[in-house]
Design a protein around this ligand. Structure first.
Ligand SMILES: Nc1ncnc2c1ncn2[C@@H]1O[C@H](COP(=O)(O)OP(=O)(O)O)[C@@H](O)[C@H]1O
Ligand SMILES: [Mg+2]
Length: 502
């Protein structure tokens, strides 16, 4: 029912927040219209409570049992209380302006259910930069669109517990960006996106030339232990400029190492290092390729570039990610300089904006460590906006993501989060998520998300669309697979016994 009277503003009220006593329990995420003296205000229900004075928790069971009957006969005993966050004047919101009057609504103002019509004007935006992502969780027939231009300039955080729908949302965004002929680079640590059907997909093998690395990064990539000081020391001495510039990088490096074997203090370690380098040359040729001159060579503009990192260890992925992000930022800087200054000598790959997506952000952009990936991501988070390079960071442990990077996210999609540490961290780092909404996060269902920030007009609790094709990341149905396997084996046994009978 539209414009149903839901309740009355009661108690102390503030310009941003009011309490409402209502006729029924309001749903968190539901929109309401408050008829204030400044005009009709739109609000979202932040928290909702049901109270009874008679059935009070201090009493013993017998008394409560009695109280239950007394309360049932006394309809005034149960009261419904909701905390409502004010989002702006309804008329102004329809025009895309969030304007909150400086004076709070008076206690006694009537509160109505927001009409479908006004919600559509706010959420179902038309135009090329708006793409649909789902519908309002509390009003299914109102579609919600997000602004891709904002995403491409102000960064996005997709934060939720495992299995809540993060990868599904990224896959959906990738599809929409692909339809717009846009450019993305997805760092696919779990190999979840390579199978996605996209018209403009470009799967990129992760490759790096050892010539671009310093010795400690090279040591990390070829898996020399952190504690192997002597091996790392020898490697640092051997990766000379001469070696880096040699036509045959591997041969030149091995010769340098061999020469160290003559020195008694290095003898054993140099021999061991040589073995590791030889093994890396044989086994890691696909990743470490000295002939790979241009770092972004395999990436293409106007494509969804998926860097397939499935085979990489965490350390390797970290170095590659850092390296690619740095190169992407440099590339976009060159392209932008070219547009600003008409400098035609600049060479670049991406003439137009690029959206990068990093899964497992808590691993690559951690709070307490300094990694190459983190350094690069922080730089993109800070400077990317000016050069049309944006980040989507995805994580199931937001509290372990570097605070500076997380606070740069201009938009957010927050789904089910159970850990209080993660909820608190997000609402501390970003003022977008109120404490009340943060408290509600454990109650969200799969595919439900609170969208916040620049890419939506106002906060929205949305049921996100599901990407039809099955993503590789979906949970494995072990029981079904075992059952199929058993059936297959049974058929095989039956067939064999048929043969024996014949
Ligand atoms: N919007 C949605 N509606 C319905 N089911 C969804 C939705 N998003 C994800 N799922 C399902 O939930 C499961 C986990 O989704 P996924 O995106 O892989 O989660 P995450 O990346 O957060 O671990 C998948 O099986 C997927 O099909
Ligand atoms: Mg995932």
């Amino acid at each position: 029912m539209e414009n149903e009277l839901l309740g009355i503003v009661a108690g102390e009220s503030f310009p941003h927040q009011v309490g409402v006593i209502s006729t029924r329990a309001l749903e968190v995420g539901e929109y309401v219209e408050i008829k204030s003296r400044s005009g009709a205000l739109l609000g979202i229900v932040d928290s909702s409570a049901i109270r009874s004075r008679i059935i009070s928790p201090e009493k013993d069971f017998e008394t409560i049992f009695e109280a239950k009957r007394v309360s049932a006969k006394n309809p005034r005993d149960i009261s419904y209380f909701a905390s409502v966050r004010i989002l702006g004047l309804v008329d102004r919101l329809a025009l895309g302006v969030s304007q909150i009057p400086a004076t709070p609504p008076h206690p006694g103002c009537e509160v109505f259910r927001a009409s479908e019509e006004s919600l559509r004007k706010i959420f179902t935006k038309q135009g090329r930069e708006w793409v649909p992502v789902g519908s309002l969780a509390r009003m299914n027939n109102v579609q919600v669109s997000v602004n891709i231009n904002k995403l491409a300039s102000r960064h996005l955080g997709i934060l939720a517990a495992t299995g809540s729908g993060k990868s599904n949302l990224l896959a959906h965004i990738a599809k929409k960006v692909s339809e717009l002929n846009g450019t993305m680079v997805i760092f696919d640590y779990h190999g979840e996106y390579t199978d996605l059907s996209l018209q403009t997909k470009n799967v990129v093998p992760p490759k790096i030339s050892p010539r671009f690395l310093d010795s400690s990064e090279f040591a990390d990539l070829i898996d020399i232990r952190e504690s192997a000081d002597l091996q790392r020391d020898i490697l640092a001495q051997c990766m000379t400029q001469h070696v880096k510039e040699s036509d045959d990088f591997w041969k030149a490096l091995k010769e340098e190492i061999k020469s160290k074997m003559d020195e008694t203090k290095y003898k054993g370690s140099a021999a061991r290092l040589l073995e590791i380098v030889e093994r890396a040359e044989k086994k890691m040729g696909a990743i470490l390729d000295p002939s790979f001159e241009e770092p972004l060579k395999m990436m293409k503009p106007n494509r969804i570039n998926i860097v397939d990192m499935l085979e990489l260890t965490e350390r390797q992925a970290n170095i590659l990610l850092g390296y690619y992000l740095e190169e992407l930022l440099e590339d976009r800087k060159r392209a932008t300089r070219m547009t600003w200054q008409g400098n035609s000598d600049e060479r670049y790959t991406f003439a137009s904006p690029v959206i990068c997506a990093v899964e497992e952000a808590h691993t690559f952009i951690p709070v307490d460590q300094h990694t190459r990936a983190k350094r690069a991501a922080a730089k993109v988070a800070r400077e990317g906006r000016k050069f049309g390079l944006s980040l989507i960071i995805i994580s199931q442990r937001p509290s372990r993501i570097d605070q500076d990077v997380l606070s740069q996210m201009g938009s957010m999609a927050v789904m089910k989060i159970i850990q209080p540490a993660d909820q608190n961290y997000i609402s501390n780092v970003s003022e977008m998520l109120s404490r009340e909404l943060a408290n509600y996060l454990p109650s969200l269902n799969i595919g439900e998300s609170i969208l916040l920030g620049q890419w939506v007009s106002i906060p929205a609790l949305v049921k996100l669309q599901k990407v039809d094709e099955k993503l590789t990341g979906s949970d494995i149905n072990a029981v079904e697979k075992w059952h199929e396997e058993e059936k297959r084996m049974q058929i095989a046994v039956d067939k064999t016994s048929d043969l024996i009978v014949d």
